[in-house]
Write a protein that binds this ligand. Structure first.
Ligand SMILES: [Zn+2]
Length: 59
């Protein structure tokens, strides 16, 4: 386990070159305040592993 994790921080962000925007990839659950996970299949959605809250991503 001696691998460098240089890109760890950038994994939390998504850079949209078309819009020139940087947005946080990880959202915080509005119910319990924990970091939610982004699932892309079958549909893009945020899922909280703690309280099972789900928020569908709209484009
Ligand atoms: Zn939650």
């Amino acid at each position: 386990m001696s691998e460098k994790s240089k890109s760890f921080r950038s994994n939390l962000y998504e850079i949209d070159l078309k819009k020139g925007a940087i947005r946080l990839k990880n959202r915080v659950c509005p119910k319990c305040g924990r970091v939610m996970a982004l699932h892309e299949k079958p549909i893009p959605r945020w899922h909280c592993g703690y309280c099972s809250y789900v928020e569908v991503v709209r484009s």
